[in-house]
Design a protein around this ligand. Structure first.
Ligand code: MG
Length: 160
């Protein structure tokens, strides 16, 4: 078996007048994440972890934020495309683990729905998709609620 590990990290700014999407789930909140796409920071970190594991550059390389075709795009579509790229290279997902750093809103109640949604996009079992949440104890830009950060790691298995 050929195992490959990758990591990803992303940050988006919290602003008024935007929807808040995390792991493909819309969360009711007074603020949303700003970005060229739907700004789903957790899916972006996950895509970078998956691409990194396969040594396939990063999300900005494949889906440039200067390209009008990605304006407002549902990040789940980017994740599906990343999985297609991996499959083309002979990779399948072993497991992935995401940590979302946010002061507010509470993420934990949404985690089962997020796991189910990402597993659906990646065509895997929800047990292969771990999602965790933490605050940063009111420290830094996350603590000041200026933005949300996400970290992800992914393990891929090559079919060779
Ligand atoms: Mg991003």
């Amino acid at each position: 078996m050929n195992y490959r590990i990758g990591m990803g990290y992303d940050v988006h700014r919290l602003v008024e007048g935007r929807e808040l999407w995390l792991c493909g789930v819309k969360i009711e909140h007074s603020l949303g994440l700003l970005g060229h796409s739907d700004a789903d920071v957790a899916i972006h970190a996950l895509c970078d972890a998956l691409l990194g594991a396969a040594c396939l550059r990063d999300i900005g390389y494949h889906f440039p934020d200067t390209d009008p075709q990605y304006k407002g795009i549902d990040s789940r579509k980017l994740l599906v495309e990343v999985m297609r790229l991996l499959a083309e290279k002979g990779y399948q997902l072993g497991n992935c683990d995401i940590t979302i750093c946010a002061e507010r809103p509470k993420i934990n109640p949404h985690i089962p729905a997020m796991q189910a949604e990402l597993a659906r996009c990646m065509n895997c079992d929800p047990s292969q998709v771990s999602i965790k949440a933490t605050t940063t104890e009111r420290l830094g830009f996350v603590g000041r609620e200026e933005g949300i950060a996400a970290h992800a790691v992914a393990l891929l298995i090559h079919n060779s």
